[in-house]
Unconditional design. Structure first.
Length: 334
């Protein structure tokens, strides 16, 4: 007898299969000799809308339907390429037999354009009262007192992708580049360049940098000039899977009437040729080398390489040349 296979495709991003999932699986199982479930895998890894990895969802499905074949299917940008990937994945499992694709509410069916004819099953109304989104919203802020819950938290944290947090910092100069504006937080003795975390809503690092100047210094800056980038040794993110990297910019101001704002409690103008690394907080020490190289090019800081090294920064002649040539800015090492 020719075998027949029912194929189900879904996300299944829930803590347990809900009534809609269960009814869909039961109906497909009743119609075929074998069931293949393809679980969608998002390329961004674990996120708020995709909190469960493939092995976790496979285990959840096979706990209730151990006879099912459960396989991953990577999401793609275009429906056509996704449909071809699904057909290819089916062909690796089914070498002989009939194949029918099934979907339920809000399923993949409208997006599929492959070789098979999909069927969108009519499921009982009572199984449609809850969705995966509703379940994720319910559990997003719910702490469950159990060893299993804590074990799940540990597992999830271990499978997050490494995170590099992007920041912007700005050397704000007066019009002739002889002075630079720094800020100080209430809990700190040393000073820092104006800046903060980059945000997606700004659309670019330059726009984010301008926003930080407005928020923290109360100034409307001129155009941003990229100086370089550096890893920031922030103790809060000093772990193997976390880090901070900043894009360092320079800008000028016609007005020097800065006013501290946001998390900056005081702002102060410093003479460029008097600024020392010790004036800066430890997290901004890596920026001093970039700042020194930039101001040397501007002709406002008369330091040799040896003097910069003596101040604790390995600023090479190559970094000077790179900055002067406008290429590979930010190669100075802290």
């Amino acid at each position: 007898m020719k075998p027949s296979y029912g194929v189900v495709v879904g996300k299944f991003q829930v803590n347990d299969l809900h009534d809609g999932h269960m009814e869909l699986f039961r109906q497909v199982r009743a119609r075929h000799s074998g069931v293949i479930v393809f679980v969608g895998v998002h390329p961004a890894g674990l996120t708020k809308n995709h909190p469960l990895d493939f092995p976790t969802r496979k285990a959840m499905i096979q706990a209730k339907f151990p006879e099912f074949t459960v396989l991953p299917l990577m999401d793609t940008k275009e429906d056509e390429s996704w449909s071809k990937a699904l057909d290819a994945a089916i062909a690796t499992v089914v070498t002989f037999g009939d194949v029918t694709l099934y979907g339920g509410r809000d399923s993949f069916v409208p997006h599929y354009s492959g070789r098979y004819t999909p069927i969108e099953l009519e499921l009982p109304v009572e199984t449609q009262k809850i969705s995966g989104t509703m379940i994720r919203d319910e559990f997003a802020n719910k702490v469950i007192e159990s060893p299993e819950f804590r074990a799940g938290m540990i597992y999830a944290a271990a499978h997050l992708w490494p995170v590099l947090l992007p920041c912007v910092d700005i050397a704000i100069f007066n019009s002739d580049y002889t002075e630079v504006l720094l800020g100080r937080r209430e809990t700190e003795k040393q000073w820092r360049f104006i800046g903060g975390h980059a945000e997606k809503k700004h659309g670019s690092y330059e726009t984010g940098a301008r926003s930080e100047v407005l928020e923290e210094a109360g100034l409307d800056p001129n155009a941003m000039e990229y100086i370089g980038s550096a890893v920031i040794p922030d103790w809060r993110y000093n772990t193997p899977d976390r880090g901070v990297m900043t894009a360092f910019f320079a800008t000028t101001m016609m007005s020097m009437s800065a006013k501290a704002g946001d998390d900056i409690d005081e702002v102060k103008w410093f003479k460029v040729d008097k600024l020392k690394p010790s004036d800066l907080v430890d997290t901004h020490q890596p920026l001093y080398g970039l700042f020194a190289a930039y101001t040397i090019i501007r002709g406002k800081l008369n330091l040799s390489d040896g003097e910069v090294v003596e101040r604790g920064h390995r600023l090479s002649a190559k970094a000077h040349l790179d900055l002067a040539g406008g290429e590979n800015a930010g190669t100075a090492k802290a």
